[in-house]
Ligand binder design. Structure first.
Ligand code: FES
Ligand SMILES: [Fe+2]
Length: 383
């Protein structure tokens, strides 16, 4: 984060504290109809737009560094495989055989030399070209050029791998992320990090309900009173929007110390945690010496796949002791998300059809939820 942005962000937090408010965004109470969390037609519109027209974060670049290394989608709706080919070129394909559609890569392979279909044995090169058809006399007129794997555009940017879900689409990440948010994320130097581990879970709640738990701090002193609440200064946050992306800085309880220090020495991560909503479905959290990369994939209006990759710098967690500390931190952070935030929204989802509420009321400190919902509504035409 640029120093002037740090100063501006912390000063906004001091002002909020002075008026005894936790956050400010849109200064009105907003009602969000619960149908956006329950109705299949809303989800279909989101899938056809927000999840088709923008690049999605696939994972961390360290996972596809070596030739033959690959990563798979956790989501059957866009079942991509991203592979580094023998020439070092990163490629993405739908992990679907062009004969009768079998899944080509299961995830058990240590590395890929080619794609060999487990159903009838068709073979594709890592460039996606159909190289061999078993018993080719079965297909006397097959045009191999028309039966290559369906290619998806992939990009490596800021230490992350991005996949565009629509074949043939272009990816322009600097424009998509915006200049300021792009440069802030670049400063994390994620390309120098590695993945500690990924957890994959299925949550019984709408993907937006899950993601929105990150967008307000109103709940922190209550829901997280026994875990992370003591780390944060009430719930004071400052945010910045750039296009469809949102950055949030949440003050830590030592915010007061910044007041005593020279602003020229302020560093944002000393006094705040920084989060980013990367449209549409990724939430990146900088915990200072750890990063949580969360993505949420809708399976049904009330079902979401959640992937959580934890990234770290090897030097920060060296040796057995370091790795033990890392394992504990991952377990603690993952448990807070899973059992506190997402546990509560699974209960929210369960009650949506009870008739108790026709809409959810977002208070003044929950305005970012409305901003995020507006972005989705605008893109998906669901307003
Ligand atoms: S489905 Fe792949 S070879 Fe038949
Ligand atoms: Fe929370």
């Amino acid at each position: 984060m640029k120093h002037e942005t740090t100063v501006d962000t912390l000063q906004k937090m001091f002002k909020l504290r002075a008026i005894d408010r936790d956050q400010q965004s849109i200064e009105k109470v907003v009602k969000v109809p619960i149908r956006v969390y329950t109705e299949p037609d809303v989800l279909e519109k989101e899938l056809a737009t927000a999840f088709r027209d923008y690049p999605l974060v696939a994972g961390h670049s360290s996972q596809v560094k070596e030739p033959g290394s690959y990563m798979l989608s956790a989501w059957d709706r866009i079942p991509y495989v991203v592979v580094r080919d023998r020439e070092g070129v990163l490629r993405g394909f739908l992990n679907v055989c062009r004969h009768r559609g079998a899944r080509l890569v299961s995830g058990k392979e240590t590395e890929l030399k080619a794609f060999t279909c487990p159903f009838h044995g068709w073979v594709y090169g890592l460039d996606g070209a159909l190289k061999g058809v078993t018993k080719p006399y079965n297909f006397p007129e097959i045009d191999c050029d028309k039966h290559g794997l369906v290619e998806l555009t992939v990009a490596e940017h800021l230490g992350l791998i991005w996949v565009h879900p629509t074949p043939g689409a272009k990816i322009d990440l600097p424009a998509f992320l915006g200049e300021q948010i792009g440069s802030e994320i670049e400063a994390f130097k994620m390309s120098e990090m590695v993945v500690h581990r990924r957890s994959v879970s299925t949550l019984n709640a709408n993907w937006k309900l899950v993601l929105k738990t990150y967008l307000e701090r109103y709940h922190v002193p209550v829901l997280h009173k026994n875990t992370i609440a003591p780390v944060f200064e009430k719930g004071v946050i400052s945010h910045h929007e750039e296009g469809l992306q949102i950055r949030i800085a949440a003050a830590k309880t030592n915010l007061e110390e910044a007041l005593k220090a020279d602003p020229a020495t302020w560093k944002i991560l000393d006094f705040a945690s920084v989060f980013y909503t990367l449209f549409p479905n990724t939430f990146l959290i900088n915990h200072a010496n750890l990063l949580s990369l969360n993505s949420f994939y809708p399976v049904a209006p009330d079902k979401t796949i959640w992937t959580h990759d934890m990234l770290y710098r090897a030097a920060d967690y060296a040796g057995e002791e370091g790795q033990d500390a890392l394992t504990k931190r991952f377990a603690n952070i993952d448990a807070v998300f899973h059992h506190e935030d997402f546990g509560i929204v699974e209960g929210v989802q369960a009650g949506l059809r009870s008739g108790a509420n026709e809409y959810h009321t977002m208070g003044l400190e929950e305005g970012l939820l409305a901003i995020f919902q507006n972005n989705i509504d605008r893109v998906a035409g669901t307003a």
